[in-house]
Design a binder for this molecule. Structure first.
Ligand code: IMP
Length: 422
């Protein structure tokens, strides 16, 4: 120990990559525990943006060991391109779980086919759902199976027959050796590695992709991803017991965004949404799609706090609200005339919910976050304090801008992953 989980409290794109980058210097190991190349974590190094899809954000920090654990689904072609494009040495510091599942071209094809049908969800078309489905029905190809040519051929035959994707077999086999050679040096028993690292007192960050409201079990089903981004996902996604988790940090954007289809009670339409989208550069890092923008939603974030057990929150992108008057915060929903404060499971109910807002005055001056909360515009401070009060949880990190330098620590415990003194 100590170990820190960093998870998203909304529909993803909360700025987790930047927070992992900020705290990553204090860690020995950074782990991605779920999801796949549907994620897009943007990190600014110098003045250069890097978009990471499968690699943990810690990969840009020299000397840090990075783990892609068993809960992740890996597209070997995308991962290979990502490692090449990054141009940073990863030898001896990237470990890939032997039990992680492989995404193959037929998964992407199935994803695309489904998206063209009546059950469209607005996925990233990266084959994520079909790859996790194969894992669950037990015909998936794990890294360890992929590395054994005989086992892989057998599994490939079963899969192309089952999926009626015979046409893809030749193309997959053509690329197979190249993918295998690439993955081979990184494959490891990451469960053993992580549990030994914990026993030796190494500092570990578990980094989630997506967010709680996209969680397969706790999100707005069926408009969710196919994995568990919640903090509990670390246990099954990395093979680490719940007793080994010390601190759970939730990342929360000062407003809300969502990509893809599905209910979004606080969605803003028109010019204000466009203003927020431009201020926050709210375009999907993986697909380039414009993100839907809305006001912050206390009902859904309270649900996230409950299921994740966050110890504190990192508030990101407060600067993007500069110049917006008034600022609205959704404190409840109204459904068929009844006020509700519980996040509804029913897809009909949530899509019919109307938000109840409180309004706060906006701020015009820039935040200057690095110089502390006391010199922040008064109304920005009021917004932060109001969120803490409504959510009943401390905001330990304030972040504005894109670089990790623009981060202010309000509670030093988070720097030492919950252990005092920092
Ligand atoms: P999938 O994960 O590609 O199957 O997509 C399912 C839903 O999750 C879609 O609404 C996607 O837009 C959304 N999604 C997946 N990954 C991310 C992400 O990293 N950020 C935001 N939304 C995501």
């Amino acid at each position: 120990m100590p170990t820190l989980v960093i998870a998203g409290s909304q529909w993803g794109d909360e700025g987790k990559g930047k927070i992992v980058h900020f705290l990553g210097n204090r860690a020995d190991v950074v782990v991605r525990y779920q999801g796949g190349p549907n994620a897009g974590h943007t990190i600014i190094l110098g003045d250069k943006p890097f978009v990471l899809h499968t690699l943990p954000s810690g990969i840009v920090l020299p000397g840090k060991i990075c783990v892609i654990s068993n809960g992740v689904v890996i597209d070997p072609e995308i991962l290979r391109s990502e490692v090449c494009a990054l141009n940073i040495p990863v030898k001896n510091r990237l470990l890939i779980s032997e039990s992680a599942h492989i995404i193959l071209p037929y998964h992407r094809q199935m994803d695309e086919r489904r998206e063209r049908s009546k059950i469209r969800l607005g996925t990233t078309l990266r084959g994520i759902g079909p790859a996790y489905a194969d894992k669950v029905v037990r015909i998936g190809v794990r890294v360890v199976d992929f590395l054994s040519p005989a086992t892989f051929r057998k599994l490939l035959d079963i899969n192309v027959r089952e999926k009626k994707a015979w046409g893809q077999k030749r193309d997959i086999l053509k690329k197979y050796q190249q993918w295998r050679r690439f993955l081979y040096p990184f494959a490891a028993d990451t469960v053993l590695f992580l549990n030994r690292a914990i026993a030796r007192g190494k500092k570990i960050i578990f980094e989630s992709a997506q967010g709680t409201l996209l969680d397969l079990d706790f999100g707005t089903y069926p408009y969710v991803t196919s994995s568990n981004p919640v903090s509990g996902g670390v246990c099954t996604g990395a093979g680490v017991p719940p007793t080994a988790i010390d601190y759970i940090l939730g990342v929360m954007k000062a407003y809300t965004t969502r990509v893809g289809d599905g209910p979004f009670p606080t969605e803003i339409r028109g010019s204000l949404a466009a203003q927020l989208r431009e201020a926050g550069m709210e375009y999907g890092a993986t697909t380039g799609r414009p993100r839907r923008c809305g006001w912050i939603d206390i009902v859904s974030i309270k649900h996230s706090i409950m299921v994740n057990g966050f110890n504190s929150l990192a508030l990101t992108k407060l600067d993007c609200l500069q110049g917006i008057h008034p600022l609205k915060i959704c404190v409840a929903y109204v459904h068929k005339g009844k006020r509700i404060t519980r996040f509804p499971a029913s897809r009909e109910v949530i899509s019919e919910c109307k938000p109840v807002y409180i309004e706060l005055p906006g701020f015009n001056k820039p935040l200057c976050i690095t110089r502390g909360r006391s010199i922040m515009p008064r109304n920005a401070n009021l917004y932060v304090k109001t969120l803490e009060k409504l959510l009943g949880i401390k905001i330990s990190l304030l972040s504005s801008g894109r670089t990790r330098e623009e981060t202010f620590v309000l509670d030093k415990r988070v720097l030492n992953f919950g252990k005092y003194p920092a």
